[in-house]
Ligand binder design. Structure first.
Ligand SMILES: C[S@@+](CC[C@H](N)C(=O)[O-])C[C@H]1O[C@@H](n2cnc3c(N)ncnc32)[C@H](O)[C@@H]1O
Length: 150
């Protein structure tokens, strides 16, 4: 009886673990294609205004989810870096990097977005809950003399 109960608890836990990860802070919710297109347009406008090639521009997605934004940017030639703490989404993104042959343009780190290295980043994408934005503001204020906030 006890082993059955333990088995049920472990089974339920295994099934819901990927989703529990999502609800620890901002839940996983991919950006819509319209939002991604708008973001890519901003990236292309940046490249045009700076007269540089996309591969010299580093785009970062803080909380990159399944990598939707990273892959859209990489397909335009941008170097894309994602920070994601959900291990299932990181594994999924890594698998897609391999299958799509984009390892030279896309990198993904399994770590908190609050410890992201933004020192040589040109464009930052962030889609999460407003309460997280207040924690990020201090980082952006420190960096605002080096980057444009759109
Ligand atoms: C609303 S989703 C956005 C996903 C993706 N950026 C997109 O637009 O398609 C937010 C993502 O942020 C991740 N996340 C939340 N808090 C995080 C943290 N402290 N560090 C890294 N990732 C985090 C979640 O796991 C989730 O995948």
């Amino acid at each position: 009886m006890l082993s059955q109960a333990v088995g049920i608890v472990l089974g339920v836990h295994a099934c819901f673990l990927p989703f529990l990860w999502c609800f620890k802070s901002a839940p996983f919710c991919p950006s819509t294609s319209t939002t991604v297109s708008t973001f890519i347009k901003i990236c292309n406008d940046f490249v045009a205004s700076q007269r540089i090639s996309p591969d010299r521009v580093k785009v970062v997605d803080l909380g990159s989810g399944s990598g939707t934004v990273l892959f859209a940017a990489a397909k335009q030639g941008f170097c894309s870096v994602g920070y994601e703490r959900n291990p299932w989404l990181v594994a999924w993104t890594r698998a897609k990097i391999k299958t799509q042959g984009l390892s030279s343009l896309v990198r993904i780190y399994r770590q908190s977005l609050f410890s992201a290295d933004l020192s040589d980043v040109n464009i930052v994408y962030f889609f999460a809950v407003p309460s997280m934005l207040s924690d990020l503001v201090s980082i952006f204020i420190i960096l605002s003399c080096f980057i444009d906030i759109l």
